[in-house]
Design a protein around this ligand. Structure first.
Ligand code: ADP
Ligand code: MG
Length: 326
């Protein structure tokens, strides 16, 4: 029988070197010192079974994703990962599940140099809540409020594959087995764009990560920066897999997909070459998809979509909202 402390010591303790904390798992608090001249960037994301993942999902993929989505928030702030805490509610202490989950979790943790420094473990409906801590230079933090008129709008990587997989798994559209396998990797094992976020410090004027769909998330930059975003729906980068799908499906997945965990950011037009060079340096493609413009007098800041020919697209995609989902 695995007890609470058995779970903690067997699966979550002693699996990493203490490179980040002054004191890690085992006391009443962990101790973490911010690097001198830096601020501590802190973010929490909760994953709930049946809401954010299927309860029977591969536990290794779940461990990967639970940490990856949190690191994505650090990336979007231009912060370097340091440490994280893990609050875990488990319906049962299943050794095979815990082994796979923790392997997936530490795979990502070690790849990004992020140390597990504490948490909480309890019985209950499966629920995973991670808080990440990162270092950011105060002046270099990439907030949502810094976009300026005529800044370009960029996204990293490719959009929409996660939504393509989710729709196929839910039976919203057909997808052959090979295509589903490929798309599912995007859904279940997203790569946080940590190196890109760091490379964009001092270059991007505003940034966020796309978790709820580009349409919904870019709106946060629009509102915080009080500017319109004019975006070319046909310029959105997608994988060859999605490029081969019908145009309407491709647009739905790329514009309002969700679970992309790519970065969306703005930067001055004068910095175009530097942005492209930053993407090349870290091995992540970056694509220019539009620009920030001044709202018409008396109008609230808004997203405005165009097609590749410049014709306005009437779209009120709002992105995913957990309290108003069908
Ligand atoms: P407390 O009673 O003070 O809340 P706990 O008994 O819950 O402490 O936890 C004991 C130690 O194990 C603490 O250092 C806590 O941070 C750590 N811990 C608990 N659960 C986890 C977990 N899932 N992953 C990592 N550390 C954990
Ligand atoms: Mg506790």
């Amino acid at each position: 029988m695995l007890t609470e402390f058995g779970i903690i010591s067997r699966y979550f303790t002693g699996r990493q070197r203490h490179t980040q904390s002054l004191l890690g798992i085992g006391d009443d608090c962990a101790l973490l010192a911010p690097a001198s001249g830096h601020a501590l960037a802190v973010s929490t994301d909760m994953l709930v079974a049946g809401r954010h993942f299927f309860a029977d999902v591969d536990p290794a993929a779940l461990g990967h994703k639970a940490l990856a989505v949190n690191l994505s928030d650090l990336a979007a702030m231009g912060a370097a990962p340091r440490a994280f805490t893990l609050a875990l509610a488990l319906p049962e202490a299943d050794p095979a599940w815990l082994q796979a989950f923790s392997d997936g979790l530490f795979g990502v943790a070690n790849r990004f140099g992020c140390e597990l420094i504490g948490g909480d473990t309890t019985a209950g409906p499966l629920n995973i809540c991670i808080t990440v801590f990162g270092d950011v230079t105060g002046a270099g933090a990439l907030t949502r409020a810094g976009a300026l008129v005529d800044d370009d709008v960029w996204v990293s990587g490719a959009l929409g594959d996660a939504r393509l997989a989710l729709g196929a798994l839910r039976g919203e559209w057909p997808l052959d087995a090979a295509a589903l396998r490929e798309a599912r990797a995007a859904l279940e094992r997203p790569t946080p764009r940590v190196a890109l976020g760091l490379a964009l410090r001092g270059l991007a004027s505003a940034a966020l990560d796309i978790s709820d769909g580009l349409a919904g998330d870019l709106r946060h930059i629009v509102e915080a920066s009080k500017l319109d975003a004019m975006v070319d729906a046909d310029a959105l980068p997608c994988s060859p897999l999605l490029a081969g799908q019908a145009a309407a499906l491709r647009r739905q997945c790329t514009m309002a997909g969700g679970d992309d965990y790519e970065l969306c950011f703005t930067a001055p037009a004068a910095a175009r070459a530097e942005v492209v060079a930053a993407g090349l340096r870290v091995g992540v493609p970056v694509t220019r998809i539009g620009k920030m413009t001044r709202p018409a007098p008396g109008e609230s800041p808004a997203m405005r979509w165009r097609d590749g020919a410049g014709a306005p697209l009437d779209s009120d995609f709002t992105g995913f909202d957990h309290f108003h989902a069908d």
